[in-house]
Design a protein around this ligand. Structure first.
Ligand SMILES: [Zn+2]
Length: 212
């Protein structure tokens, strides 16, 4: 039996009680503390070239289990070349340190896929809620897809059904609700047992993030 009070939340901005959270940091890399599992990366909204070195100096920490969220965002005001540059540098770091990537992407999917060509570490697309065709092409690239509280909204059924459970994660991002709501919604849509779904996501976490 999976302990449903101890589910994995692979992307959030503050840890929640009774949940195994991967807490994300986009700044202050040298002072990160307090969470058993951390992801750290330079977000396209908060670009700072000088933090690349600070980020690299933390990558040997055991609790730092992923780089991200990082990625590309065509809707934000950050200079595009700077975004590309920072993203590519973080892909290099991810491969060098063997850390999976947690990806933020807004309207830059083909550029994202092009940048990630040849990457050796696992890639997790966080907070995905776009159309099923795009979801399928991300799966074809071998990426994992993390679903957040959008799972509770109408219109997500086709996408959620199309993602194999072996390629799925659950997250709460910046929301206050419990990740258990995401697990419940997905299990209901996929018409699978909640406990076995949670066990499969746990397996995915152990495999991709190499934690227990
Ligand atoms: Zn986030």
């Amino acid at each position: 039996m999976m302990d449903l009070n101890n589910l994995y939340d692979v992307h959030c901005h503050s840890p929640k009680a009774g949940v195994k959270s991967i807490v994300n940091y986009y700044e202050g890399f040298s002072t990160m503390q307090g969470a058993p599992y951390i992801s750290a990366g330079i977000h396209p909204w908060y670009p700072d070239k000088t933090s690349l070195q600070e980020l690299e100096s933390t990558l040997s920490k055991k609790e730092l289990i992923a780089i991200g969220e990082c990625g590309l965002d065509k809707v934000c005001s950050t200079d595009w070349e700077l975004q590309l540059d920072l993203f590519k540098s973080q892909i290099v770091l991810a491969d060098r340190y063997g850390k999976p990537l947690i990806i933020h992407c807004v309207r830059a999917w083909s550029e994202l896929i092009a940048s990630l060509k040849g990457v050796r570490v696992p890639v997790v697309i966080h907070g995905f809620n776009k159309r099923v065709e795009l979801g399928r092409s991300l799966l074809e690239e071998g990426y994992y897809i993390s679903i957040g509280l959008a799972a509770l909204k109408p219109g997500m059924e086709e996408l959620i059904k199309a993602i194999p459970v072996e390629k799925m994660f659950c997250e709460t991002d910046d929301r206050a609700e419990s990740v258990v709501e995401v697990y419940k919604a997905i299990a209901a849509i996929k018409e699978i047992d909640l406990n076995s779904f949670a066990l499969q996501v746990q397996k995915n976490v152990l495999k991709v993030f190499e934690i227990e």
